[in-house]
Each structure stands twice: as C-alpha cells, then as structure tokens.
Design a protein around this ligand. Sequence first.
Ligand SMILES: Cc1cc2nc3c(=O)[nH]c(=O)nc-3n(C[C@H](O)[C@H](O)[C@H](O)COP(=O)(O)OP(=O)(O)OC[C@H]3O[C@@H](n4cnc5c(N)ncnc54)[C@H](O)[C@@H]3O)c2cc1C
Length: 485
Amino acid sequence: MDEDRQKIIIVGAGMAGIAAARELCKGHLFDVKILEASHRAGGRMFTTDVDGVPVDLGATFIHGSTNENVIYELAKQFGLISGSGEWRPMWNESTTSAILTNGEPLPSKTVLECWEKFLSVTDEDSLRASPLWAQQYNDLYSYLVAEYPKVLEKDDSTKEILKSPYYSGIFECFLKFQATLEGVAECKCSGIEGIYCDLPGIRDVRFDEGHAYGCLLKMLLEDLPKDTILYSREVVSINTESNPTMVKCKNGDQFEADHVIVTIPLGVLKRRCLDENLVSNESPLFVPPLPADKLKAIRDLGFGQLGKIMLKFDQEITSRYNLAPLMFLWRPEDKEDPIIKQSFPWATEFITLERIYNTNLYETWVDATSLSSIESASEEEIAEAISYVLGKMFKHPVPKPVGVYKHGWSSDPLFCGAYVTHLAGVDTSGCIFTLEQPLYNNRLLFAGEATIKEFYSTVHGAYWTGVREATRLVKIRHQLNSRQS
Ligand SMILES: Cc1cc2nc3c(=O)[nH]c(=O)nc-3n(C[C@H](O)[C@H](O)[C@H](O)COP(=O)(O)OP(=O)(O)OC[C@H]3O[C@@H](n4cnc5c(N)ncnc54)[C@H](O)[C@@H]3O)c2cc1C
C-alpha cells in the first residue's frame, strides 16, 4: 500500500504549502514532505513573542469576515476570534486628534473628513467602476494628485484644507498609507483599476487580544503527520528532466518526487529564475528553465515592498493626547531638522503609530520609499528616531521604546519583498493565470499568494491555492486508480 503512494514534495512551508499538505495527507494517498528553507513554518505569517504577547511581524489582518473566508472560519473554529473580530474604525473623531510634526494641532474633524474622502477615491469598487481613470492617468499616484483635490474642493470644510500650508503633509501621510497597501513607493507605478476582490464582511479582522497568526499556524500544524516538514532545506534545484523529478537542497539532501508543488514567494522566483538577477555562484532553480511565458509572468508581475515595525514602550504614550492612532503629518521644514537629516533621514517615512489593544505596544508601517535604510537600521537607531520625532510632536521628551521588533521582508533572500501588487500597464490577471498553470503533465505545480488573481497578497488567497493544487493531484490520483481498476 505504502509503495503505491505517490511522492509529493512541497517547496515552502508558508500558508500555501501547509494548506496543500493538510489536504494531501487526508486520504493517505500520498507521501508528502514539505521542504522549508528556514528553521520555522509560516513564511510571511511570522509571530514573535513580546513578554508573553504574540505579535505579528508579517500578516496581521484577516481580510473579510465571512464564511467565504476560510481563514476567518478557521480562526473562529479554533477560538481565536470570539466576537466579530472588528478591530477598530480606522480613524474616528473620538479617538484621533491630528497634530503636525511641530506639535501644532489641526482641526481633527476636518482632517478626518479629508481621510474619509481619501478612502472614497481609493476604494477598489469605485476605481473598478471608473475604468476611464486608468486611461487618463499613468498610475495611482498621478490619479490621486489630480483627482483627490477635486473631491476636497467640493466641500466647504475640506476646501479650506487645500489652501492651507499643511495640505502637503496630510496628503503625503494618506498617500503613504495607501502605498503600504499597494507595496509601491508613494503609489508611483501602481495600477489604478483594482483587480483584487474584497471578501464581504468586516474588511480588516484582527485576532482577539492574546492571539495572532502564530496561534492559527500552531493549530494547523497539529494536523500534519510528524516530520512532514523538513526545516533548513533550501531547495536549489528542481530537475524535471530526470524521471522521477529530482529536488536538491542546499545542504546536499536530494528527494525524488512524482509531483512538486512550488510555493516560494514571487520575489524569490524573480531572484532565482530571471537571468539578470542570478548572482554568479547561483544556478537556476528549474531544470529545464521555465517556459518563456512563465518567465515573462514572473518578470512582469509586481512584488510589493513595505515594512512594519513594532515598538514596545515602558508606558502608554499616546492616549493622553487622544491620538489613536497617531498620524505623522510632516511639515516640510520639520524634515529639514538637522538631527533628523543627519542621523535618521528615513524617520520622515513613518506613517502612523497605532496602539495594539491596551498594551504598550505600537505598530508603525513604512512604504517602500526608504525601506532598505529602515530595514538595515539598528533597533537602537529606530528607537532613537521614533522617540526624537514624537518628542517634537508632543513638545516634551518621549522615552525611547524599550523594544523594537521588525523583519526585513525585502532584504530576506527567502522572501525578497512582501506580496504581489498590481502595477500600471501590467496585465496582472493574465500573469497570475500563466503563473498558476501546472507544467509537464502536472509534475510541476504552482501555489502561493502570487497564483490567485482575485485574492493575491493575502493569507486566505495563499491557503486556497494550496488546496487548489492538492485537489488537482487528488483528482489525478483518483482518475489513475479508476483507470487501473
Ligand atoms: C508585512 C506584511 C504584512 C502582511 N499583512 C497581511 C495581512 O494583514 N493579511 C493578509 O491576509 N496577508 C498579509 N500579508 C500577506 C501574506 O502574509 C501572504 O500573502 C501569505 O502569507 C503568503 O503565503 P505563501 O504560502 O504564499 O508564501 P510564504 O508565506 O512566503 O511561504 C513561502 C515559504 O517558502 C520558503 N522558501 C523560500 N525559498 C525557498 C526555497 N528555495 N526552498 C525552500 N523554501 C523556500 C519561505 O521561507 C517561506 O516559508 C502580509 C505580508 C507581509 C510581508
């Protein structure tokens, strides 16, 4: 019976790889191994422990609270979300005040109206409903620069903001917020017409306090047979010229496979499959090289870059200023501050500072603009920078955070970025469709967030792709069995 079992190698133990393995292990039809390059499972789900509080340094939200979202359903089932999971209305009048980077207060009601209007112009549905914008503007950036002021102009209260000297700071903060969703610096080059599909229900669900993606991961892994995942096995070659396919790891281990499911991130595919990105001592990942249409899809598809930093203070720092979350509304002259310019010029890239539940933990996001400098900055430098900038805003010294936690998604060679993004002028749907197609009579299959056109860039998207490829193999297996009997 065991000899009958087909050998399946899954490359990568992120959500796609784990979902595929769970599905394939159900019927005992397959001998499944996941080869994972790092020493941990989860990939871009990465939870760290900060004094007993699980903190996500990668994926944070579940996008869509509906029974169509498998991740939401699982989180509910595992008791990780008790209520609706609603996190917070992003910014609202009772919790948010707006201040400039020199501490000058702004009319927060009006700033929030501007924010609402910004959301209305960046909403995926309204962008989809206005395909003409895509013809009129090169990218999301030029669309927002031109169209957003027109929307503010229509309303007497927000019209005033346009004429004010602080409009640039407000627009820049909102733009950079959007840029973290797009994964593209200041949304320059981002496509306008959205192709990503929002699931119904609450848009950004968060796990209950005390839970995080790591808890979901732990539950999912419990269902996998022991030793399904082999860690520290970076796959360096997948040879489909040999029969069966031969998968080689950097440490010298080799595995035969009837089918291989590749789930490694698009950034890594770009690095390992496109000749121009290969460094001298690296050999191509695939033997033979992937067909030209696959390579073109890998080249053309955008892979977004963004950063997320968690900060732990020894006290609560924002509530007495009614600043939840805090927006960094920069005045151009504050960016010229000699200390900032000389010691941490990238500090002007912080966008918001948001408190995590009732803890002294705060998260801040940065777009791709100065990401490499921020990823390479030391924890001490980041602590100093944030305390300096907050001190200027609050007009009194703010203690340095006692802990800084981040993961360099762009600089980590096992990821090379954050998630797929839709770039202007790129047929993203077409590229994703090409990328997801299996090759060589289903001996080589592709899963992962970059292979699902409606839900790319998400954990639930990644999960579905794993199930999709597992189901494909199960069907093939059943067809084979019925032919043989
Ligand atoms: C900062 C950040 C915030 C995010 N926020 C959200 C969010 O709030 N909600 C949401 O739904 N999604 C979010 N995402 C996206 C989400 O995390 C991903 O879409 C999803 O986790 C991808 O899963 P995957 O299985 O496709 O890939 P991954 O999780 O990247 O798994 C791929 C695995 O392959 C391994 N690997 C790479 N190269 C090799 C090799 N050569 N050999 C063997 N193994 C290899 C990697 O180590 C990794 O473990 C975020 C991502 C980032 C970076």
